[in-house]
Write a protein that binds this ligand. Sequence first.
Ligand code: AGP
Length: 616
Amino acid sequence: MCGIVGYVGPRNATEVVVGGLQRLEYRGYDSAGIAIYDGEAGLQLRRSVGKLINLVNRLNREPAAGAVGIGHTRWATHGGVTEENAHPHRDASGKIVVIQNGIVENYLELKGRLIELGYTFHSQTDTEVIAHLVGHYYTEEGALEPALCRAMAELRGGNAVVALCVDEPDTILAARLGNAGGVVLGLGEGEHFVASDIPAILDYTRDLIFLEDRELARINRNGIVITTLAGAPVRREPVRIQWDPVAAAKGDHKHFMQKEIFEQPRALMDVLRGRIDQEAGTIHLEDLKLDDAALRGIERIYATACGTAWHAALVTKFIIESLARVRVEVDYASEFRYRGPILGNDALLLAISQSGETVDTLAAMEEARSQGVPSVAIVNAIGSQAARLADGGPIYLHAGPEIGVASTKAFTSMIVAGYLFALRLAQARGTLSPAEIRTHIQALLELPGKAAEVIETTSSQCEILAERYHRATDALYLGRQVNYPIALEGALKLKEISYIHAEGYPAGEMKHGPIALIDENLPVICIAPRDSIYDKMISNIEQVKARHGQVIAIGSAGDDFLASKADDTIFIPETLPLLQPVLVSIPLQIFAYHVALLRGCDVDQPRNLAKSVTVE
Ligand code: AGP
């Protein structure tokens, strides 16, 4: 969740590092800091509480320049939001600075030992423990690399650590343990980079190497050398990233979230691109490593994810069970490994993650691997942990960088990716004929255009509804069947960016409790497209109205009967029932976006949240 950037080369390291941190600010923003080394000025440390702009202002007052530097934006785990707790942290000698992403689970034990050795601490962070541990071993080893390796060997928990030492000023070291946020190494001409995520260094290089668990990188002007923490050499070919840096910028949108909502028609095209043969009625998933025989051998799928991705997993369950007739169980990734799952040898784990770095989702994949069960990852970030952990291969969303903390285009793309996987399973297992697959392909091909139509026809209505309801203290979202997860997703969108308490519920459950919440102040969003349980939704709406609730219905275009029952109705185009969630989600995203704006909330960087949760 924290942002890490490091640079060695001929440029002003401060500009490169701060610029990179700005690209990563969405990962966490409680404090920020940099350490820049210059032959004359020595090691210059600048740290500030709050958003990155505070560090930029500090640097304007107290400039720091040099050719080597590391920087960090923090999402607080251990210790409050204070300057003392901001990274980088120094060792006792002041020669070594360290930045970190992750959690040292045994930091208190290590801290106690270091205090007994006479070390004094100035922060409550686990990171400072790493700094003193490295510094302690540096006094014995006389070199940073062995000192860092010895320190890393004592840490428990997923951690990415970057260190710089004034005695070896042209070198930055980066080390990695477990599934903590990624460590991306950038290859330049006479300059090299390290970062926790790709956008930080994409302005300078597209040739990247991803550090793996228990590996260390030695980074200087001449190149990058990778070894294991035990010292064994590692050879890894660079990956060339095709992302356009502009794509990761806001363009002419006010917020990344707005840009990403509007990008959905293009994203839905990109997730389909090259994967469907309409004439043959077949699906091709280029990175899938499971052949037809393997796909036929799967009798049970465990879909696991967190947050919005978990909602996509719930939708994917309906899709796979309906189209491929394979049983799907859905677990929160944070619960999965702790429930002692008995997976069986005919199982497959389906991990879903935008970032591919969510530690709980990665741990679920590790759990499956430990039971000999293959995993497939529906993932957006190219080359991310999840993509590389998936021995059954990744199914990339190709949605481009999603910067807004509230996931939008990745979510709808996840559903379509899940649909493609379900069709691929159905193709291998013969549960759908090519002609039937062609019908689904046709609906998929029409989806981007329908998504564009939804954006076009509902945006201003959602803005008006946001104006009407933005002062609400609570909200209830109701849906049934494949749209029940969309009720959950709509509620999550509203709560995470506007801070209104919102709950999603299966509509049939309303009378078992939530109906007590309903009064004239409660907006109730009811998802009621024309489908097999439409009549049930109508009666739920009538139950809400009988208690004076305010009903915003999401329904099929032209459904005047629904409009006669609800206070407001947002119409969306018809599509196959299992694709409805994609179109229903869009007005719920737009509604939440405008409510948050009207409430003066920080839409792209909501309080307490981070884009990628790489700690438990
Ligand atoms: C989505 O709006 C949230 N920001 C959050 O729930 C997110 O979906 C969750 O943290 C999972 O992230 P991932 O898709 O990168 O694994």
